[in-house]
Design a protein around this ligand. Structure first.
Ligand SMILES: Nc1ncnc2c1ncn2[C@@H]1O[C@H](COP(=O)(O)OP(=O)(O)OP(=O)(O)O)[C@@H](O)[C@H]1O
Length: 519
């Protein structure tokens, strides 16, 4: 008999389906995510027989009992291997025959361990963008994600977005939005961008809603930064299990001011080649993620330049400073996750003291962060003078890429920001001028983006900042500018970090680590 081990993490649900009082045996149906490939899981069920002497009897897998049409044929499982599934202290069968989660029964024990550090029966708001990426959002949700959520007894409210800004309107206008544990964006990165900005526009409870509604993504777009950064891949089944077992953690956000507008950004701001590669290749959506790589290569080899002026309020400028900050932030994150519940984690995160406001728009304010307006910038807006302690970057008249981000992976094959962490109080800024590199150098740098080693090249600047400003030079040809992958006017803008304002649904209280501390 072949053996099968089911990690508790993969268990979606357990339910007692039969009890024999004379033998004190119970039969439990277990729904779980079966690992069927390196990055694929299949929602399946097995039935297992337990007896009162704390031992698992021969499981009755020869007669699998699928509970939905989606269940594939079950594998055979040995009793021995199931000890990895079973707790050593299996309680006596008895008590409530219902086998509910709280009654001390085997079912309760399994469920408690399967959901040891997260909430079960999560209530999800599901937003499906039917036009995102290759346009398969509905299909991917219905055939791949929904079965996991159903087996895990999660509650769902599903909305298919019908127009641009629909996700923003839902986040802004849904009165009881805080009843949801998380929002599943079945989309690319544009929908989470809209959703976060909608929450920020709520009257009265914006801060609370941003802290409560955990973002997650069913990867249906071309970039899928959220899913890639959380799971380290863009597998929809891995993402689906991650939602069921997700642990919410706080995440830093970024506040952008441009013209007279203010926006939140959870992911990135992109100026130059990367923005052109993303937004200038919309007609190539059919290529999926490859269109981005194609675009970057094309514009890099063309040596396109984007004259501008950039001012940065650095937090960590040199490579050793960045590495030290990463290691310290990671340790602090693990300490916080280990000692407090995720609900109170946000308030326990200890950031570098934010600098004092420097502009007229915030001067005189002695309010605590809770009291000031959610979107009141600490450093003023793009319409204020550049603060005197910000550093002007030299030689940006021939800049080719400015990319600022807060998530490590911007697509499955691009670890753009290897040194970023969810709540490290900084944003990572990548600046380079590819037109001054030889073609082989440029291609080596681009190839390094897959593993995050592109930041090690001499001709790039990778730093950490708490704020910056970018001003395109007057009279220069216009390119694209994107915030979180969404197109914005090619105008000057300013960005500052907002510590731990948002919430992210992660697998184990952290997104996939890049290994930056071990480099
Ligand atoms: N029904 C709809 N029709 C047209 N546009 C929509 C619709 N629903 C949402 N949108 C818009 O589609 C845009 C893209 O959303 P999405 O989240 O899928 O990211 P994406 O930019 O397509 O991702 P990627 O670039 O990674 O493919 C958003 O601006 C959103 O407002």
């Amino acid at each position: 008999m072949s053996s099968k081990v089911i990690p508790y993490y993969n268990i979606l649900w357990a339910e007692q389906i039969q009890q024999n009082h004379s033998t004190q045996a119970v039969i439990v149906k277990i729904a779980y995510a079966n690992q069927t490939g390196k990055l694929t899981l299949s929602p399946e069920t097995i039935t297992v027989k337990f007896v009162a002497n704390n031992e698992l009897t021969s499981p009755i897998f020869s007669q699998p009992q699928p509970i939905s049409d989606l269940e594939p044929t079950l594998g055979r499982t040995s009793a021995d291997s199931m000890n990895d599934l079973l707790p050593k202290d299996v309680p006596q069968v008895g008590g409530s025959a219902a086998g509910t989660a709280e009654d001390g029964s085997i079912v309760a024990t399994i469920l408690n361990r399967a959901y040891a550090n997260t909430k079960r029966n999560k209530h999800f708001l599901v937003l499906i963008n039917p036009k995102g990426g290759p346009g398969k959002g509905e299909q991917i949700y219905n055939t791949i994600c929904a079965p996991f959520l159903k087996l895990a007894h999660c509650e769902t409210t599903v909305i298919v977005t019908t127009h641009r800004y629909h996700a923003l309107e839902i986040a802004r206008d849904t009165a009881d939005i805080k009843k949801y544990d998380a929002v599943i964006c079945c989309s690319g990165d544009g929908t989470p961008h809209e959703f976060v900005n909608g929450l920020a526009k709520r009257k009265g409870d914006a801060r609370e809603a941003l802290a409560k509604l955990a973002l997650c993504q069913l990867p249906c777009g071309s970039g899928n930064s959220v899913a890639n950064s959380i799971n380290g891949n863009s597998s929809p089944t891995m993402a689906s299990l991650g939602m069921v077992k997700g642990v919410p953690i706080p995440m830093d956000l970024m506040l952008i001011t441009q013209d007279d507008g203010q926006y939140l950004s959870f992911l990135s701001q992109t100026f130059g080649i990367i923005a052109d590669a993303d937004l200038g290749t919309e007609h190539l959506r059919w290529m999926g993620g490859t269109r981005f790589v194609y675009g970057v290569l094309k514009y890099t080899l063309q040596g396109k330049e984007y004259p501008c002026d950039i001012y940065i309020k650095y937090s960590h400028e040199t490579a050793p400073e960045i590495k030290n900050h990463y290691i310290q932030s990671l340790q602090q994150h693990h300490e916080n996750i280990g000692t407090v519940s995720t609900a109170t984690l946000s308030s326990k995160i200890n950031y570098d003291q934010p600098p004092a406001p420097s502009s007229s728009s915030t001067s005189g304010s002695a309010s605590s962060p809770e009291e000031v307006d959610l979107l009141t910038p600490r450093f003023g807006t793009i319409n204020d003078p550049v603060p005197s302690d910000w550093v002007k970057i030299p030689e940006t008249e021939s800049l080719s890429i400015m990319y600022c981000g807060k998530m490590p992976w911007v697509s499955s094959d691009c670890m753009m920001f290897p040194a970023t962490l969810p709540t490290d109080g900084t944003m990572d800024i990548f600046i380079t001028n590819t037109s001054q590199m030889s073609r082989p150098q440029a291609i080596r740098m681009l190839a390094g983006m897959e593993t995050g080693t592109h930041i090690d090249h001499d001709f790039i600047q990778y730093s950490k900042a708490v704020a910056y400003r970018l001003i395109p030079r007057r009279g220069s040809p216009e390119g694209n500018l994107s915030f979180d992958g969404e197109q914005f006017p090619y105008h000057a803008f300013q960005v500052e970090l907002l510590p731990a304002l948002g919430c992210l649904l992660t697998n184990n209280g952290m997104w996939t680590l890049t290994g930056f501390d071990r480099r």
